[in-house]
Design a protein around this ligand. Structure first.
Ligand code: 2AM
Ligand code: CA
Ligand code: CA
Ligand code: CA
Length: 259
């Protein structure tokens, strides 16, 4: 039997250390920024540094585990057997650069294709969310409550900006049924809003696997639904559009994708 709680305890130390490095980096106005595919798709030297930091720790402690990271770490995956780590060193890099807030650092661990551990570190608010399969979700060590079912008419919703632009009618319909919309520009923090019941649903166009992976074990532990909008399970290591919501809101939103 693998002791996921003991494993989480060790990883927590790494995530906290990465958070400290990121917080301190904000004082440095000379962080180098590069464009990736377009002016809104950025990478900084800190994205690469933090990814390397996690990779070194993983390789030191778990040399036979596989790793997928946004900034270039890519093992070959013949199948989903064994342990796979998924790293998003800074989620919301555009926010990190422009706002110096509203970003997070994320890790997710899968065992034989099952989500077992995940971390989302809201660095600026000093809130570290940790999901452990079978042991619930904690924020700074405090166990989080399962989320009571409620309709979208009783809550706020979030969508990603691409959905607003590419699927405006559906986006409008979802938002119109809710109390209002909130857009943060960090899929990790958006998932955290749902996990902590500050918004009722997050709906997106296709995102990379590292953008969504940490939400999976947390959603499962808190009784939330998290699938693709066609109702299919999230495809591991692939791009996925997602809905993450409490079951009642989820059914309402998924109904809007079936026609
Ligand atoms: P990132 O900052 O790690 O790249 C912004 O809406 C959210 O979408 C962020 O979580 C961001 O993650 C992600 N994202 C994925 N692809 C992106 C792209 N091409 N440009 C900007 N953000 C992207
Ligand atoms: Ca990026
Ligand atoms: Ca991301
Ligand atoms: Ca990133």
């Amino acid at each position: 039997m693998i002791d996921y709680v003991a494993m989480a305890e060790m990883i927590r130390g790494w995530v906290e250390e990465a958070g400290d490095i990121l917080r301190e980096s904000l004082a440095d106005n000379s962080i180098k920024v590069e464009e990736k595919t377009n002016p809104s798709d950025l990478v900084t030297e800190m994205d690469r540094f933090i990814e390397k930091f996690y990779v070194q720790k993983i390789q030191e402690h778990f040399p036979d585990h596989k790793i997928l990271g946004e900034e270039g770490t890519y093992d070959t995956f013949e199948d989903l057997k064994g342990f796979i780590w998924v790293i998003d060193p800074i989620d919301g890099t555009l926010n990190y650069v422009k706002q110096k807030r509203n970003f997070c650092s994320m890790l997710a661990v899968f065992n034989d294709g099952e989500p077992v551990l995940s971390f989302i570190n809201d660095v600026i608010h000093e809130e570290l969310y940790e999901g452990v399969k079978g042991h619930g979700v904690r924020c700074n060590g405090h166990l989080m409550e399962p989320i009571a079912e409620h309709p979208i008419s009783e809550g706020l919703v979030s969508i990603n900006t691409r959905m607003e632009m590419r699927d405006p009618e559906r986006a409008r319909s979802i938002v119109g049924d809710s109390l209002g919309v909130r857009l943060m520009g960090s899929s990790g923090l958006e998932m955290v809003q749902v996990i902590s019941n500050r918004i009722s649903a997050y709906v997106t166009t296709p995102l990379s696997f590292w953008d969504v992976a940490p939400g999976m074990v947390m959603a499962a532990e808190l009784g939330l639904k998290m699938t693709r909008p066609d109702g299919e399970p999230i495809k591991l290591l692939e791009n996925n559009p997602i809905i993450i919501a409490n079951p009642m809101a989820y059914e309402q939103i998924i109904g809007k994708f079936s026609n």
